[in-house]
Design a protein around this ligand. Structure first.
Ligand code: NAP
Length: 241
């Protein structure tokens, strides 16, 4: 996508990013911070979050915050605690990027590992539902807030739980966009990154030469656009490439 974001696009915004320790989430956190946002880095591996924190500080962007959380085992109480912490620390939330996901395995449905199916659905779909549900009271309080889902377009054979989870995310995105299209709307969209050089992509396509793929940093225009005030789209899937 072609878009040049103004330097102050996200000035004074508080934005929570899931899966912020690696890949696309890490690139989005750094891009949002560079454009003025205070980013809350949520992810599973504290060490990775700390290194993204250090990179953001070394770029002299706004000081971020770290929130380690394993989405696989998180309960509704954990999401309520997250909402309370954000409200106490920052008093507001303007943006939520649902980006964490696991690939699982390529498998025909008939032979899909059942526990792996539950795990992928818990991280990729149920966590996004629970987090949105807990954070909506904060998001609706600020004018013009944004929810963005990182989606995918894999509904062909053998994409199993992962492909199904992303189809569910598109449904959740559409339903939310419709429900929140009020006088003071929360804009809800999804972004499909296309093929990007990350750990998840390498698991899904182990034989692929990663150097043929765009890096996460190279696809940030769409991530900035969809989080910014000028994006008046709602209920759409935006193609990052
Ligand atoms: N790369 C592509 O080509 C591509 C294409 C289409 C869509 N996508 C989507 O892009 C998004 C980002 O993926 P990516 O490609 O950047 O892969 P990635 O580098 O593997 O990043 C995935 C992130 O999700 C986090 N995560 C996984 N399980 C978690 C859990 N249980 N709790 C908390 N965090 C968890 C990971 O944390 P840890 O690092 O700590 O494990 C990691 O930071 C995903 O939604 C993916 O479906 C990617």
């Amino acid at each position: 996508m072609q878009y040049i974001a103004p330097a102050d696009l996200l000035k004074d915004k508080i934005i929570l990013i899931t899966g912020a320790g690696d890949g696309i989430g890490k690139a989005a956190a750094k891009a949002y911070a560079r454009h003025g946002a205070t980013v809350v880095l949520l992810g599973r591996t504290t060490q990775k979050l700390e290194s993204v924190y250090d990179e953001i500080i070394s770029e002299r962007s706004v000081q971020p915050a770290i929130y380690p959380m394993n989405l696989e085992g998180a309960s509704p109480k954990d999401y309520a605690d997250l909402a309370n912490t954000i409200e106490t620390e920052f008093g507001a939330l303007h943006g939520l990027l649902h980006n964490a996901a696991m690939f699982g395995a390529a498998s025909p449905i008939q032979h899909h590992d059942v526990d792996l199916w539950y795990k992928v659905m818990q991280i990729n779909v149920n966590a996004a539902f629970l987090m949105t549900r807990a954070l909506l009271p904060l998001l609706v309080k600020t004018d013009d807030s944004r929810i963005v889902f990182t989606t995918d377009d894999k509904t062909q054979a053998y994409w199993g739980a992962y492909g199904t989870s992303k189809a569910a995310i598109n449904g959740l995105m559409n339903i939310l966009a419709d429900e929140l299209d009020t006088e003071h709307p929360v804009r809800v969209n999804a972004i499909n990154p296309g093929p990007v050089r990350t750990r998840l992509r390498a698991r899904a396509f182990p034989g692929e030469n990663p150097n043929t793929l765009k890096t996460p940093d190279e696809i940030m225009a769409g991530y900035l656009y969809v989080m910014g005030e000028n994006c008046d789209r709602n209920g759409e899937i935006i193609q990052a490439q």
